[in-house]
Design a protein around this ligand. Sequence first.
Ligand SMILES: [Mn+2]
Length: 323
Amino acid sequence: MSNVSVIEAAELLIKADNILIITHRRPDGDTTGCAGALCRALCQIGKNAYILENPDITKRYKPLIEPYKAPENFEPNFVVTTDIADINLFTPNAEKYIGKIDLVLDHHKSNSNFGKYNLVRANAGACGEVILDVIEHMGASLTTDIAECIYIALSTDTGCFKFSNTTPDTLRGAAKCLEAGVDGGEINRALFEVKTWARFQMERIIFDTMQFENDKKVAIAKLYRKDIDKTGADMDDLDSIASLTRQIEGVEVGITLTENKDLTVKASVRTTKEVDASAICAKCGGGGHIRAAGATFDKNIDIETAYKMIVNATMEVYRETNG
Ligand SMILES: [Mn+2]
C-alpha cells in the first residue's frame, strides 16, 4: 500500500521477473499503449513479461497488446497494472489478481492505491507519461515500436494534445516519440481524423438527440442501444464521442448517456473550466478527472431516469460552485 517514486518503481521492475501486465475494462489507447510499451521494454531488458488478455479489446488497440498475450498457464511472480484507477475496473479474467497487485502505475487522482506499491502521478495527462519515465529509468531504449505505443497513450488521453490535461510533460514525451521515429501525422490521421461509417452515423445521432438545460449551458445526448447496434459501432467508434456535446457555443457541461450492452446506462461528462466533471459524477456513484468523468447507473435505472439524475447532480454542483 505504499507510494513509490519513479526510480523505485523502475528498480522493482528491474529486480522482478515473470511479469504480468493488466489493462482496464473497455480498454482505451492509454491503458493498452502503456501495457504495450512497458511489456516491450521489459522484454528488451531480458525479462519474461506478458500482458493479460483483455476480453473487451477492440480492433484499433489490439496490435498494441496482442503479440504479448500471456499464455493460459502463465504464473506471474510480479503483477503490474497500467492506467487502472480501481479494482472495479478489472476485467473478469483479471479478478483473480485482486489483492495480489505488486505495482500500480497510473495517473487518476481517484486511484485507490490498491497495489503493494503505487506510482500515481495525478497531474499527468496520460499514464503514458508515467510509463515513459519508468522505461527510461529501467535503462531500456525507446525503440520506434515502444515509442509508438507511448505516443498512442499520450495522444488518445489528451484528445490529440488538445484537452486541458495536456501538460508540458505530455508534449515532451511526444517529442521523444517523434525523435524515436514515430510518424505522428499518420497516427493522428488514423486515430483522430478518419471517421468510420459507424462513427459518422453515431455523430449524427449525438447532434440529433442533443437536449439542453440550464440556459443551454448543459447539453445532453442519448445513445440508445438499438441505435448503436444499428450502426454496428464498437467501442472504438464511440471513443471520445462524449466530447462532441461540449463543442456547442456556451455549453459548459456536455453529457452523453449511453445504453451499455447489458442495458445499464453510462454517463460520460465533459466540462469546461467552469465546472468539475468528477463532482457531478461522484453524485451518481462515479468519478474521474476534473474535465472528464463518468458514472454507470444501477441496473434498474433507464436512460430517461438517468437523464433526470445527472441533470439534478449537475444543477447541485452548479449551486455548490456558486456558493
Ligand atoms: Mn489514462
